[in-house]
Design a protein around this ligand. Structure first.
Ligand SMILES: Cc1cc2nc3c(=O)[nH]c(=O)nc-3n(C[C@H](O)[C@H](O)[C@H](O)COP(=O)(O)OP(=O)(O)OC[C@H]3O[C@@H](n4cnc5c(N)ncnc54)[C@H](O)[C@@H]3O)c2cc1C
Length: 384
């Protein structure tokens, strides 16, 4: 019998657990999921919290019943350390959980401290609590306040900034408020990793909405109500929302036997830790090249599960294949769907406008929550 332990009940951890249980017989192998949150959070919906009347219950569900259904053990605790030489996970109450294989799917946190002077200055949409704080700040906003939205150097999911920016434009328009808006990003051109069409659409929107923007810039410092950019611009703000670089969770820093970069763990193409062959790292916690998003975390969770089973059976491991499936909603200004099968594959883009994109995204959220809270698929226990 093997014991597979998963840290995290987000996109990566949830999909890893389900995939393992689909392929391995329950009594023979044990699956334990440890998460410091009782609920799954569909984080893409956090973008709506500051702007829309959107109930938190609609995009969260309790993890315990889902894991119970698949015959996995759910432990709601915070992990404080991993001792990989002993195969031990230590929880904050000092409980020690032993593993044969470990999947780290604990996500990442915004690393405000990496940017000089940024800490405590920027609003945020990374967690429910910070998105609700941002909502309150926007409710207090007055016409004329200078707004700055930006993507700091080394951030690995710039799409969130574009979504926030155009939700904000719609929000201000609906309230007949005029505020000067400046946008900046480290990208060479606006959202330029997916061909030229998304860039063109965003450039047109920026011009139409009279948003000043700077590309290919980094933040030098944030001081005295101004953002100093590497191109020499000093941009004053009254409301600031910056996407910072990510860092790994605290327990990575406390786990002395791991090398890491700001708490982000290096892996090989099979998602196996560069140091420990019975540890896999997926999603935002991993140092694998490429953008961090929910789809990548999901697919990596499934692959890590599959590779653990392959490793048990002494079969060669499979490498992660990058793809893109990104639906970017831009307030009422439109949306784009970007699909590519691999980094080399041609990109299929689809742009649309009006309320349709919002309806599609809400429907996707509903379906996702329904699928995973009720497990609308049954194929457990196909032992391999
Ligand atoms: C506003 C916003 C909009 C987004 N929009 C999109 C989008 O449109 N499309 C898209 O694909 N992606 C989007 N993303 C990105 C996506 O949400 C993340 O990339 C994804 O959530 C990463 O999944 P993960 O499983 O790696 O980590 P997470 O979803 O962060 O899950 C981490 C899990 O680990 C647990 N955990 C953390 N620390 C510990 C600990 N010490 N002990 C125990 N458990 C712990 C947490 O409780 C959680 O269960 C968006 C993100 C945000 C914030």
């Amino acid at each position: 019998m093997m014991r597979i332990v998963i840290i995290g009940g987000g996109f990566g951890g949830l999909n890893a657990a389900i995939e393992i249980r689909k392929k391995l017989n329950q009594p023979k192998h044990e699956i334990i999921i440890i998460s410091d949150q009782a609920d799954f959070v569909f984080r893409p919906s956090l973008i709506w919290l500051p702007f829309h009347k959107h109930s938190i219950k609609k995009f969260t569900f309790p993890l315990q019943p889902t894991f119970e259904k698949i015959g996995a053990t759910f432990i709601e605790k915070q992990v404080k350390e991993i001792k990989p030489k002993r195969n031990h996970v230590i929880c904050n109450d000092d409980e020690t959980i032993e593993y044969d294989y470990l999947i780290i799917a604990s996500g990442a946190s915004p690393d405000w401290e990496q940017i000089n002077g940024l800490e405590g200055k920027s609003d945020s949409v990374y967690e429910i609590s910070s998105a609700l704080k941002t909502k309150k700040r926007l409710q207090e906003m007055k016409g004329g306040e200078p707004i700055v939205v930006g993507v700091a150097q080394n951030n690995s999911n710039p799409g969130i900034a574009y979504e926030f920016l155009f939700e904000l434009v719609t929000y201000l328009n609906e309230r007949h408020m005029k505020c000067p808006i400046t946008f900046f990003t480290y990208e060479k051109r606006l959202f330029d990793q997916n061909g030229t069409e998304p860039t063109k659409m965003l450039e047109e929107l920026m011009a139409e909405k009279q948003i000043t923007y700077y590309c290919n810039v980094s933040i030098k410092q944030v001081r005295d109500g101004k953002v100093d950019l590497s191109n020499g611009e000093r941009v004053p703000y009254s409301f600031l929302l910056v996407l910072p670089p990510y860092k790994g969770k605290e327990f990575i820093f406390s786990s002395k036997d791991f090398t890491h970069y700001h708490g982000i763990l290096p892996v090989n193409e099979a998602l196996q830790s560069s140091q420990w062959e019975n540890i896999y790292v997926v999603g935002d916690a991993s140092g694998l090249e490429g953008n961090k998003n929910g789809r990548a975390a999901e697919r990596q969770g499934v692959l890590a599960a599959d590779n653990i089973i392959r490793q048990m059976q002494q079969k060669p491991l499979r490498a992660f294949q990058h793809d893109t499936f990104y639906f970017m909603e831009l307030g009422k200004e439109g949306a784009m769907l970007i699909i590519s099968k691999s980094a080399k594959h041609e990109v299929l883009k689809w742009t649309m406008s009006g309320m349709m994109p919002h309806i599609i995204k809400r429907a996707f959220e509903k379906l996702y929550i329904l699928k995973y809270s009720n497990l609308l698929f049954k194929s457990w226990g196909k032992d391999s």
